[in-house]
Ligand binder design. Structure first.
Ligand SMILES: NC(=O)c1ccc[n+]([C@@H]2O[C@H](COP(=O)([O-])OP(=O)(O)OC[C@H]3O[C@@H](n4cnc5c(N)ncnc54)[C@H](O)[C@@H]3O)[C@@H](O)[C@H]2O)c1
Length: 197
């Protein structure tokens, strides 16, 4: 696995980091020199688990804690970012948490639709807001990364709600980059294709 020092001294938060892509990002952040990685998820152990992920990061010589947070809740995002103060404040916020639906498509049920939007669209906005507020307060020129998807660029009939949420994330990143750029805060979206997690 390649290593670098591009995150030397940086404090990184990753949401949805107990499994899958988020877990890989959190571990790779340590590989790239992060001073501290905050592993966050709504539950401690969806698959590999939050505390085991933080423990693996500590073995790499990087400080790490697991912080439980539901990204759909504004207060949880604020508390999550506040936890970074113990390490000097957040430099990189990766709003990775996201869900798909068993029943998506043109007739997506209302409850499922609202739940998905609250995680996939409210989540990254609240996370970015909390991170940007702290970055500005601490005069940090930080970076915010939102997890979009190729589905949010191409769209698909079997993922109407999911694709809509991820398309929103792409424009959220562009809009927040415009809003926060003058403060030296970069905002980008990543749009993966299918990743076998
Ligand atoms: N795997 C893919 O093919 C793929 C492709 C494109 C984009 N993505 C996106 O990448 C991100 C990660 O996906 P993954 O494949 O690793 O999925 P995953 O299910 O392994 O990981 C998602 C994590 O988010 C957490 N989560 C769910 N609801 C949450 C909430 N309310 N608050 C906090 N955490 C919550 C889950 O517990 C889980 O650990 C998602 O945003 C997903 O949409 C995935």
């Amino acid at each position: 696995m390649s290593k670098s020092n591009i995150l030397d001294g940086k404090v990184v938060i990753v949401t949805g980091a107990s499994s899958g892509i988020g877990r890989a990002i959190a571990i790779r952040a340590a590989d790239h020199g992060a001073k501290a990685v905050i592993v966050s998820d709504v539950i401690e152990a969806p698959r590999e688990g939050g505390e085991p992920t933080a423990s693996e990061i500590r073995k790499l010589g990087t400080q790490s804690v697991f912080v439980k947070a539901d990204v759909s809740r504004r207060a949880d995002n604020n508390a999550l970012v506040a936890a970074a103060e113990d390490f000097g404040g957040v430099d990189v916020m990766v709003a990775n948490a996201g869900i798909t639906l068993k029943t998506d498509g043109a007739e997506v049920p209302e409850d499922d639709y609202r739940r998905l939007m609250s995680v996939n669209l409210d989540g990254p906005l609240f996370g970015a807001q909390a991170a940007a507020r702290q970055m500005k307060a601490l005069n940090k020129r930080g970076s915010i990364v939102l997890m979009a998807s190729m589905g949010g660029i191409s769209g698909a009939g079997i993922t109407v709600a999911y694709s809509t949420s991820k398309g929103g994330v792409v424009l959220m990143a562009k809009s927040l980059a415009d809003a926060l750029g003058p403060d030296g805060i970069r905002v980008n979206a990543v749009a993966p294709g299918t990743i076998d997690t």
